[in-house]
Design a protein around this ligand. Structure first.
Ligand code: CA
Length: 724
């Protein structure tokens, strides 16, 4: 990094009083080109670069750059683009350091570009085995890198932490951070704090026990590990914070099988306050989801808060020591993670300056928490919510609607938000000028149906403790359109002090891109409508739009090279919603597809994308449905548990992964079995299910998909007739 620019940044930093130790800053900066702790602490003053995942430790994703602004954003044009070599979801935040742009793609690959010309400098493929995809709840995505010294660090889907030489892209070391015999995955970006690489992992749908850990940047040695849930059994030798957690669980059931590992994975959000020296992590859902199975009480329904699920936990980054926690959803049962983006900011509330932490977790409430103490300040719903009527201002606990808590038996419940949340992993942004948090929010309720005799499967499949096959929509075009119409996606500009929306922009559907706010008074966001847009940060007026040809879910970044400002975003539809959406009905007008590509813009940019490729779709032409209703029912239940997470509930087919209704192998039991049992397509991500499904069950799934394909063919025919 250029010393003069850095010294200027350091001066701004010192005048702001963020760090008192001058010799520490200048001493480290003088060491050369590597990224130092002081640079990471002072990242806000370095507007040219984007050196850390959320740009700064506060994770505000606000850049002070104003070269592109409200007045001139209409002249923004494509400077260059680069096609990616994977056709899956792209969720990464690029890093930019001294004119070079680094990013990760699906399948945990890394690429480096000249940030002005788009020339590819190097690429690195960690060769994640294709069948690892079966361990991923939410596509084979990766959300980014960390830079420190002259190295880059990233996690792989199969749980490795890898260090690359930033100049050459050559691997320096790799460390397996998980038990690879279990369904752990890494999709999140590491952070570097105090000379340590911090990374968690995912897998709470598959029975794992969550943790976050710190590793040495020199060789990957593990420095500390912080489990978020107790181990099960007698907790007497556990650390004090886990003994406290043990009082909130059924410790006989917890850990009784691999599939009841408790969950609580730390798969995405982290933030750091250098003054308080606190690392904040967001903790995920329970494993299984259904608390009645995860932590049963005496009467067979669920019991206990199950700490530290769905919590924000403050940790001392030097030691991994617990400091405080705030639990957003006690005893969670709906997959209500608190792994969503955490933003730190200072603001005046009720006439007093407060150091706050803000989060819009899946459960639909926007929280403002005191980040010194973990004390609740306020929370209000940022989307429609029916599982709780509000948050008690004294206790900070939700006021639950008992009808939405589905146990082992009884009625199913339509719950809002659903398991995808009111907001998922897509980063928010905070503008200190507008004092607004921009939330990529959406509404997609979910039916939670009890399953009376659920049994964990320690090898494969969704271990959630609900009947996922029961949520199929009936083959009724009108009803399905009604459901599709109830889905909403929006950009919400949220006033965290008043706890209400100042303005809202509606999008064509859920699952829109992460956000960037700038000093030019702009908010940038990609959409499920295959656009990349700039909005007025104060009013939400759309000021500029680019036809991206693909759904954009990743968050943009901005940087300068030689004083010229660029805006970059990785485009490419995918992730949990993209794999579970009804591709036919919701996307019929404008199918959202995956064209994975980095898009980079500047004022006056004149590059053009190649013409959009024509849509090609296999015909819906299944063999006749001849299986008995009993066989089809077995197939439906097994499909719900083992197949729906990637191939969509009801076998409706996404536009990212193969639509099974149109699969050639539907015609032949042998061809179907070669894939599902034999693992013929494992290198593409379709693992063998031989250990989890019997031959008869595999054939029953084929019968179910044939039945669904025939229903939808009839629907298509009747709609064609109706249109004539
Ligand atoms: Ca989850």
């Amino acid at each position: 990094m250029n010393f003069k620019r850095w010294a200027l940044g350091a001066a701004v930093l010192l005048s702001a009083g963020t760090l008192a130790n001058c010799s520490q800053i200048l001493g480290e900066a003088a060491q050369g080109d590597g990224i130092t702790t002081a640079m990471l602490v002072g990242a806000d003053a370095d507007s040219a670069n984007w050196i850390s995942h959320g740009r700064t430790y506060s994770e505000q994703r606000y850049s002070p750059l104003d070269g592109v602004n409200r007045e001139n954003v209409g002249q923004l044009g494509l400077a260059w683009y680069a096609d990616m070599d994977t056709g899956r979801g792209q969720e990464a935040t690029p890093l930019v350091i001294d004119g070079r742009l680094y990013l990760t793609t699906a399948w945990s690959k890394v690429k480096a570009f000249d940030a002005t010309t788009g020339e590819k400098l190097w690429e690195y493929d960690p060769k994640v085995p294709g069948e690892t995809a079966v361990k991923a709840c939410c596509d084979v995505v990766n959300r980014g890198l960390a830079a420190y010294g002259d190295k880059l660090f990233f996690g792989t889907l199969d749980g490795r932490l890898i260090a690359l030489d930033r100049e050459s892209g050559k691997p320096l070391w790799e460390k397996v951070t998980v038990d690879q015999s279990k369904s752990y995955t890494i999709t999140g970006a590491p952070r570097v704090i105090d000379d340590k690489i911090i990374i968690g992992n995912g897998g709470a749908e598959f029975g794992v026990r969550g943790y976050v850990a710190a590793y040495s940047p020199d060789d990957g040695e593990e420095l500390w590990k912080f489990y978020t849930v107790p181990e099960g059994g007698d907790p007497k030798d556990a650390p004090a914070y886990l003994q406290k957690a043990a009082e909130t669980w059924n410790m006989d059931v917890l850990g009784a099988s691999d599939a009841i590992g408790g969950g609580g994975t730390v798969w995405d959000s982290m933030a750091y306050d250098p003054e308080l020296d606190l690392l904040y992590v967001g903790v995920g859902n329970g494993s299984p989801w259904n608390r009645a199975y995860r932590s049963p009480g005496k009467d067979g329904t669920g019991e206990g808060d199950n700490l530290y699920l769905s919590s924000i936990v403050a940790i001392r980054p030097k030691t991994g020591e617990y400091v405080w926690h705030y639990q957003t959803t006690p005893g969670e049962t709906w997959d209500f993670t608190a792994t969503q983006h955490i933003i730190l900011a200072d603001m005046e509330i009720d006439g007093k300056p407060r150091k706050v932490l803000m989060q819009a977790p899946k459960n639909g409430f926007f929280y403002v928490i005191d980040r010194e103490t973990g004390k609740f300040i306020s929370a209000k719903p940022y989307v429609s919510v029916n599982w709780a009527s509000g948050i008690d201002p004294v206790t900070g606990r939700p006021i639950e609607n008992p009808e939405t808590r589905v146990d082992k038996t009884g009625k199913p419940a339509l719950v809002t938000p659903g398991a995808l949340g009111g907001h998922n992993w897509h980063p928010m942004a905070y503008s200190p000028n507008e004092k607004l948090v921009y939330i990529p929010a959406f509404e997609a309720g979910m039916m939670y149906a009890p399953e009376a005799n659920w049994k964990p499967d320690t090898a494969r499949g969704f271990n959630v403790g609900f009947n996922l096959g029961a949520g199929d929509l009936p083959p009724d075009g009108g009803f399905r359109k009604q459901v599709a119409g109830s889905l909403r996606g929006m950009l919400v500009a949220w006033d965290p002090v008043a706890q209400k929306a100042r303005w809202t922009v509606e999008h064509p559907g859920p699952w829109n891109g992460g956000l960037l706010a700038t000093g030019g008074g702009l908010v940038f966001q990609g959409t499920t409508g295959s656009e990349f847009n700039a909005y007025d940060a104060g009013t939400g007026e759309k000021l500029w739009s680019f036809a991206a040809q693909t759904g954009v879910v990743a968050p943009p970044v901005t940087y300068t090279v030689n004083g010229e400002q660029y805006v970059a975003v990785l485009a490419g539809w995918g992730g949990a919603y993209a794999l579970s959406v009804d591709g036919d009905l919701i996307n019929r007008k404008a199918p959202v597809r995956n064209i994975s590509r980095l898009l980079v813009f500047k004022l006056g940019g004149t590059a053009k994308l190649p013409p959009e490729p024509a849509l090609s779709e296999l015909p819906l032409d299944p063999p006749p449905s001849t299986a008995s209703p009993e066989v089809i029912a077995v197939g439906q239940a097994k499909y719900g548990r083992y197949c729906a997470v990637c191939h969509a509930p009801g076998a409706v087919g996404s536009t990212v992964l193969p639509d099974l209704r149109r699969a050639g192998s539907l015609e032949s039991a042998a061809a179907w079995s070669a894939v599902v049992e034999g693992g013929a397509l494992k290198d593409n991500g379709m693992a063998s299910f031989a250990g989890s499904l019997s031959k008869a069950e595999i054939e029953a799934i084929r019968a179910y998909v044939i039945k669904r394909a025939n229903e939808d063919k009839a629907l298509e025919t009747s709609e064609k007739i109706a249109r004539k």
